[in-house]
Design a protein around this ligand. Sequence first.
Ligand code: XMP
Length: 326
Amino acid sequence: DWTPGNVIAEQVERIRARVGDARVICGLSGGVDSSVAAALVQRAIGDQLTCVFVDHGLLRAGEAEQVERDFVAAVGVKLKVVDAEERFLTALAGVTDPETKRKIIGREFIRVFEDAAREVVAEAGESGGEVKFLVQGTLYPDVVESGGGEGAANIKSHHNVGGLPDDLQFELIEPLRTLFKDEVRSVGLELGVPEAIVWRQPFPGPGLGIRIIGEVTRARLDILREADLIVREELSAAGLDREIWQCPVVLLADVRSVGVQGDGRTYGHPIVLRPVSSEDAMTADWSRLPFELLAQISNRITNEVADVNRVVLDVTSKPPGTIEWE
Ligand code: XMP
């Protein structure tokens, strides 16, 4: 019968048999799937696994620490962190078009990951090992969506590292490919993956880069991170984390409106709240959050976040509006 413990035992055995004494690499995004896949492979082969975490500087408050500190402490993986914030911000300077932003972030992500993977390969080589495998957190719905065959899963967006260059060809290990999301969560909990990661709501690969309408700058990211943290704190305090699908928080960086704060007139930016309910992100409805909660979020953001003087609520379904604003 299906229990997380049985799934883990079976996968551990299969992974050990397949990997032997080879080395394995895994890209961590901070999301549920890659984290649970990494934890499972770590359980099977310990330090033969090296995880790579590319911090592109577009994460929300606390998310890098969640991977670098909490995940490592809980699961014991060997982790290589690449701080690439500067590189991503430089590449994004002056860019406002949403698809161009996605392309740039995707391209830089692959390059940074490839460089890190080369280093892992070289380090393994020095100690006489060979990196033969790449772990991917492909789930059953991904397999179905992409038509089936082994290794056929085409992971959405830039986290797809399927198209690696010749010197970085790995065989794929996909230990979650028979599982649904809720099963992955229970396997993750059983493996000791921190709850904040196991229950993390969907978050786009390009991160906050597509939640700043306008050019992405460090100052704007800091504003958005503060506002986003307040929203997450208040939704959690209200016990709504598992009720809503996700709540993008968007900074209209090129829009200003007049406000009055303290003794004077302000001319600041609006923050948009986009809470949605959904089953699979293909369609969505805007979440009817309690007015008191919205009031609390609005008060906190306008009081605590500099340069923001207005909070607005997005009451559009998908379709016609997508979940993200870009
Ligand atoms: P949309 O905005 O298309 O979003 O309604 C549907 C779901 O996908 C997420 N999303 C992305 N995820 N890379 C990702 O990995 C992307 O470029 C991207 N764009 C949107 C979004 O957060 C929502 O869950």
